[in-house]
Design a protein around this ligand. Sequence first.
Ligand code: AMP
Ligand code: GLY
Length: 435
Amino acid sequence: MRVLVVGGGGREHALCWALHRDAAASSSDLQLFAAPGNPGTAPIGTNLPIAATAVDELVAAVRSHDIDVTIIGPEAPLAAGLADRLRDDSRAVFGPSAPAARLESSKAYAKEVMRRAGVPTAKSATFVGMGPALEYIGGHAEPLVVKASGLAAGKGAVVCRTREEAVKVVRAMLDGSLGEAGKEVLIEEFLAGEELSVLALTDSERVLILPPAQDHKRLGEGDTGPNTGGMGAYCPVSITTDVLLARVRAEIFEPVLREVAAQGTPYEGVLYAGLMILPDGTPSVLEFNARFGDPETQVLLPAILPGFTQHLIAIAQRQWRLLPTQQVLAVERAAVTTVLAARGYPENPEKGVAIRLPDPAELGEDVIVFHAGTYRDNEGRLRTSGGRVLSVTGLGATVSDAARASRGAAERIAFEGKTWRRDIAWRETERAGAA
Ligand code: AMP
Ligand code: GLY
């Protein structure tokens, strides 16, 4: 089977790693391609020098390499209609159509779907002009959360402690600080609670929930500083209960999928619900993503029992009957990933810095290093190419063990300006300490 993974970040390296591992375990013949891939995917597949957003070139590559299954990693090609184009070409694809992917690419649309489906989410209103936005801010309690409706690579949501700050942020977005993505803004009430990333595989009707993970969006230790794409993640999360997941299924995934299908745009692929678990236990939706999370994938795939990627292929080939019948996939072991970012991330990451990456044997069997923003220079030397550089996943019997393995390896990887958090999974390790 010839499989193409679209994208070149840590998530896509993790997908390639899992595809490679599962094929080896089942002695199946896999030919792996990544576009554009990265130095982590190069040893296990063929990197095609095509940007993840170059839809025409990707469609042509799928034809010329006669790819059987394409797995789309990032949101931009989904929003640009890559899945639709490939399906029109009778190719198997893992990823939703562009209209269905609007659950991520338009927060205004996602809110509308949730309103119609009766799904719990923060109260909000949508604006394209400053006047009505000012009026709304004046009439609502602080803090407020301001969000660009469009895709903004993790920079589109700002928690504003004061009304003045909210006014400033709305003005900047409407003035074009985030380009087209911020020309429509949402202003929503602030929700207190604990965040949880719950991802589910779906063919639009059936829902196979993956073990929830927790992401650390803030740049600084103790969850301080600006929001980023994610500085680390862990799985499993002990606040997850069967009751909670049954509610997430019945109150969120099923009604949203029904509503999207009723609009004539059925959703297939993975649906990521970014949740706030409110103090009373209610799961409330902060956002949807139409793809796997990054860095959640770098903990989910190593934590889940091997064989997971067969499910992705079955969904792409529309063979749902091949999927397991359980409601939630099981965890095999705990995983924690620590993101090593470049100096200046997320605003203005430094690039081209040499990286000293010890051999896998030196880092230990309980560590997997996923590449994200790296490249090899003409001498074959590994260098940073921006933003999130590496994602260092540690494994263990418990989250505390996995966190130690991740932190220990992160410590030993060196590059000038390395920016990282030593406290990934702190909520869980505190809970374990208190238990
Ligand atoms: P989003 O892009 O909507 O997921 O927002 C990014 C991050 O901003 C979330 O992961 C939360 O940490 C925070 N956030 C978003 N919406 C809210 C909200 N209504 N209340 C509190 N925090 C929020
Ligand atoms: N880790 C958050 C995201 O993938 O959007």
